[in-house]
Design a protein around this ligand. Structure first.
Ligand SMILES: C[S@@+](CC[C@H](N)C(=O)[O-])C[C@H]1O[C@@H](n2cnc3c(N)ncnc32)[C@H](O)[C@@H]1O
Length: 221
């Protein structure tokens, strides 16, 4: 119990996303799973200006750069831009906070936002979605990916609010039931045009676990 109280008292609601700086400095490249963007090529608009929000080590950006007219990568962790493959990508790189984005209204034709909401506390998810809706072009689209409560990582750490866990490395992991994320999107003025569950069984030490995420493509209402 003392451990829980100690960890929660250390948690700072303003600065917690900066823990990602330490994550990239200590672990380097960490996102290796392949996300097949070709499945969404009919719906994502790669002409005009494309934003990857929370671009991390460049795992997704290294695919996006092949088809996007102009790709902007933004992340709150400046250290993420020193990590491969991001450090070698020829894209516009910006250190910034998704809760208060440094971009003008309606600037982006497509926004890719994979697992940023996964690491945001309640309240900040709403702020991020409001900013995304503000900077999206009137006919633009946004692709989100979040983990569902069935994912194997559910429950690791201290549950600081329902479905939201604070890990020992001070990173937040939040898991969204579909209805909850769709409501959050709706409140931000975004409507779902494509929704897919990505589920995969993985084996560790002879046991089977499930990785499960939800991919939602949205546009302005
Ligand atoms: C799990 S990683 C995902 C990386 C990348 N989107 C991908 O698909 O490989 C989450 C990223 O979101 C960034 N992030 C978290 N909160 C953020 C915020 N408030 N503003 C900007 N970036 C944020 C982290 O620094 C981290 O690089």
């Amino acid at each position: 119990m003392w451990w829980r109280m100690y960890k929660q008292s250390e948690f700072n609601k303003e600065t917690y996303p900066l823990s990602w700086n330490h994550s990239y400095t200590s672990k380097g490249t960490q996102w290796r799973g392949y996300f097949d963007l070709a499945n969404y090529s009919d719906i994502l608009l790669m002409d005009g200006v494309v934003l990857e929000l929370g671009s991390g080590d460049g795992n997704t950006a290294s695919q996006l750069v092949k088809t996007a007219d102009k790709l902007v990568c933004l992340d709150i962790a400046h250290s993420s831009f020193s990590v491969l493959p991001m450090s070698e990508l020829d894209v516009h790189k910006s250190v910034g906070d998704a809760r208060t984005l440094p971009f003008q209204n309606g600037k982006f034709n497509s926004i890719i936002c994979r697992h940023v909401l996964t690491h945001a506390i309640p309240g900040d998810s709403e702020a991020i979605l409001k900013e995304i809706a503000r900077i999206l072009a009137p006919d633009g689209v946004v692709l989100f990916e979040v983990f569902t409560p069935k994912d194997m990582r559910w429950g690791k750490g201290v549950e600081i609010s329902p479905g939201t866990f604070l890990r020992h490395d001070k990173l937040i992991w939040r898991f969204y039931p579909e209805e909850e994320i769709v409501n959050l999107l709706d409140n931000a003025g975004l409507v779902v045009i494509k929704s897919e569950v990505h589920a995969k069984e993985v084996r560790y030490d002879g046991l089977i676990y499930v990785r499960e995420s939800l991919v939602l493509v949205t546009s302005l209402k």
